[in-house]
Design a protein around this ligand. Structure first.
Ligand code: NDP
Length: 315
C-alpha cells in the first residue's frame, strides 16, 4: 500500500514542496494539515499534485481545540498514520507587541512548539498502530536555534534560560510572553520555538524509540529565502535576503531542493536513524549534524517536555 504522511503547513513553502516531491513518487498519500482549506487545495492543484494523492484536513496549530479536533477527524478517516511531519511555523520578526494563540500563549512558541507538541503526542498512538515498515516523526528545526553556527549567532540569539516564562504560560499577563522570562522579541521567540522543536524530537527519541521503533528526526533544510516565512519582514529585507543567501552566505536552497531534502527524511531507507538532526552539504549530501549546547541539553529537554505537557492539558 501507499504510505500515509501528515504534513502540517503544506499550503506553502517547504511543506508544499515536500508534498509535491512525495506525490511524484506515487508511493505516498499526503494529508495536508492546514489552517486555510481553500488556500491549501489551490496550492496542491497549482503544484500539480494529483487528486488521488492528497487530502486537505483543517488544522489550526494556534488553537489546542483545533489540534484535538484534527486528531479526531484524522482517526475517523480510517487511514493509518505512517509518518508525521511537523513543518508549519510562524515568524514575526518585526512585531512590536506579542500576539497570542486561542489559549493565550505567545503566538510563535504557541504555534510552532506547543501546537505541534500536542499534535505529536496525540498522534503517537496512531503511529504505533501502523504496520508500515519505517514509521517516522519529523519535526522541522532550524540553524537559527543553533548557537554553534555562524547563522545561529546572529542576534537576538535563542536562549530558553531557566524556562520561567514557559512555566508561567507565556501569557504576557501573569508571566513574560518569552520562554526565558525576558522582554518580547519576535525574532527570538521564533528561534526559541525552534530550539523547543529540536529538544522535543530528542526527548521523543529517549522516551519512545526503543519501545516503538519509530524514527524521530529533525533537520535544517538550508536557507529557503523565498518562502512565506519572511512575509512579515520589512520590504528591503525581503528584497536583499535571497541574493544575500545565494551569493554571500551560500546557504541558499530553492524550495524545490529543500522539499526533496525533507522528502528524503520521510522516505529514504538510509535515513532511519533516530534522535538525529540532519543537514546537507554543498553537494546536497545529507549528514548528521551537531546541535548547539542548549539544543542538545537533555535536562532542559525533559523540563520543556514536562512544562509543555501541563500547558497543553496532558498532565
Ligand atoms: P512558510 O511561511 O512558507 O510556510 C509556513 C506554513 O505554516 C504555511 O503553510 C502556513 O499556513 C503554516 N502555518 C502557519 N501558522 C499556522 C497555524 N496556526 N496552523 C497551521 N498552519 C500554520 O514558511 P517555510 O516553508 O519557510 O517554513 C516551513 C518550516 O521550515 C518551518 O518550520 C520553518 O521554521 C522551517 N525553516 C525554514 C527556513 C527558511 O529559510 N525558510 C529555514 C529553516 C527552517 P498558511 O499558508 O495558511 O499561511
Amino acid at each position: 500500500r501507499k504510505g500515509n504522511v501528515i504534513i502540517t503547513g503544506a499550503s506553502s513553502g517547504l511543506g508544499l514542496a515536500t508534498a509535491k516531491a512525495l506525490a511524484e513518487t506515487e508511493k505516498w498519500h499526503i494529508i495536508m494539515a492546514c489552517r486555510n482549506f481553500l488556500k491549501a487545495d489551490r496550492a496542491a492543484k497549482s503544484a500539480g499534485i494529483a487528486k488521488e494523492n492528497y487530502t486537505v484536513m483543517h488544522l489550526d496549530l494556534a488553537s489546542l481545540e483545533s489540534v484535538r479536533q484534527f486528531a479526531d477527524n484524522f482517526r475517523r478517516s480510517g487511514r493509518p498514520l505512517d509518518v508525521l511531519v511537523c513543518n508549519a511555523a510562524v515568524y514575526l520578526p518585526t512585531a512590536k507587541e506579542p500576539t497570542f494563540t486561542a489559549e493565550g500563549f505567545e503566538l510563535s512558541v504557541g504555534t510552532n512548539h506547543l501546537g505541534h507538541f500536542l499534535l505529536s503526542r496525540l498522534l503517537l498512538d496512531d503511529l504505533k498502530q501502523s504496520d508500515y515498515p519505517s514509521k517516522r516523526l519529523i519535526i522541522v528545526g532550524s540553524i537559527t536555534g543553533n548557537t554553534n553556527t555562524l547563522a545561529g549567532n546572529v542576534p537576538p540569539k535563542a536562549n530558553l534560560g531557566d524556562l520561567r516564562g514557559l512555566a508561567g504560560g507565556l501569557s504576557g499577563i501573569n508571566s513574560s510572553p518569552m520562554i526565558d522570562g525576558g522582554e518580547f522579541d519576535g525574532a527570538k521567540a521564533y528561534k526559541d520555538s525552534k530550539v523547543c522543536n529540536m529538544l522535543t524530537m530528542q526527548e521523543f527519541h529517549r522516551r519512545y524509540h526503543e519501545e516503538t521503533g519509530i524514527t524521530f528526526a529533525s533537520l535544517y533544510p538550508g536557507c529557503i529565502a523565498t518562502t512565506g516565512l519572511f512575509r512579515e519582514h520589512i520590504p528591503l529585507f525581503r528584497l536583499l535576503f535571497p541574493p544575500f543567501q545565494k551569493y554571500i552566505t551560500k546557504g541558499y536552497v530553492s524550495e524545490e531542493e529543500a522539499g526533496k531534502r525533507l522528502a528524503q527524511v520521510v522516505t529514504d531507507p538510509s535515513l532511519t536513524k533516530s534522535g538525529v538532526y540532519w543537514s546537507w552539504n554543498k553537494n546536497s549530501a545529507s549528514f548528521q549534524n551537531q546541535l548547539s549546547q542548549e539544543a542538545s541539553d537533555a535536562e532542559k529537554a525533559r523540563k520543556v517536555w514536562e512544562i509543555s505537557e501541563k500547558l497543553v492539558g496532558l498532565a
